[in-house]
Design a protein around this ligand. Structure first.
Ligand SMILES: C[S@@+](CC[C@H](N)C(=O)[O-])C[C@H]1O[C@@H](n2cnc3c(N)ncnc32)[C@H](O)[C@@H]1O
Length: 189
């Protein structure tokens, strides 16, 4: 949506943003069976750059040209795609690794499974709504997972790691779900 671009361009102009990759990406990306990766809603590219440094060829997709401008020209193995993920379709059977951190778009759930190669790895981490809505101010609830939602959404994968709890980071305490799953070989999804 064009409103997403305006909102995120403004945020990237105004705010500092995290530079360190999420721990779950650092810990599990080595399980990917090959080197072709997709970073969904890549932002300023902290994960795309990290993965490129680990030998991956990365497609980094985001709607914010302002965010992506921080990534442009930083690594030859990163291909920048400025696109609206409400319309973008993931090419089936293409990626050995798909990373989605702090971005929720339920339309993409089946496409994420289809986009993985057999044995391909999904690393997904994003925010979960609090049971009573406490502390969710400033976040549209459509963009927050429900309890256990991420786990249920990707049960077609072999889930090798799942965690859902409150964690304190640079942006204070927040409730996060983290999932790492492997696409089963012989699966058509
Ligand atoms: C919280 S940031 C996360 C960025 C990055 N994944 C990270 O962890 O640093 C959310 C990102 O989603 C992107 N985004 C929001 N709506 C989008 C859409 N419709 N299409 C593509 N990207 C979108 C924003 O531009 C922003 O970069």
């Amino acid at each position: 949506m064009i409103s997403d671009r305006i909102k995120w361009n403004e945020k990237y102009r105004r705010q500092d943003y995290p530079h360190a990759p999420a721990a779950v990406v650092k810990e599990f990306c080595r399980l990917a069976p090959g080197r072709r990766a997709l970073d969904l809603a890549a932002g300023t590219g902290r994960h795309a750059l990290y993965l490129a440094g680990q030998g991956f060829q990365v497609d980094a997709v985001d709607i914010s040209d302002e965010g992506l401008s921080h990534l442009a020209g930083r690594h030859p193995a990163v291909r920048i795609v400025c696109a609206d993920l409400d319309r973008f379709d993931i090419t089936p059977n293409r990626y050995d690794l798909i990373v989605d951190v702090l971005y929720l778009n339920r339309r993409l759930f089946p496409q994420i499974c289809e986009g993985l190669t057999p044995g391909g790895l999904l690393i997904f981490e994003t925010m979960v709504a609090s049971p009573a809505g406490a502390g969710d101010e400033g976040h549209c609830r459509d963009y927050l997972l429900r309890e256990n939602e991420l786990l249920h959404a990707f049960l077609a994968l072999k889930v090798v790691y799942y965690r859902e709890d409150v964690r304190t980071g640079e942006e204070g305490p927040r409730r996060l779900a983290s999932l790492v799953g492997v696409k089963r070989k012989g699966s058509n999804e």
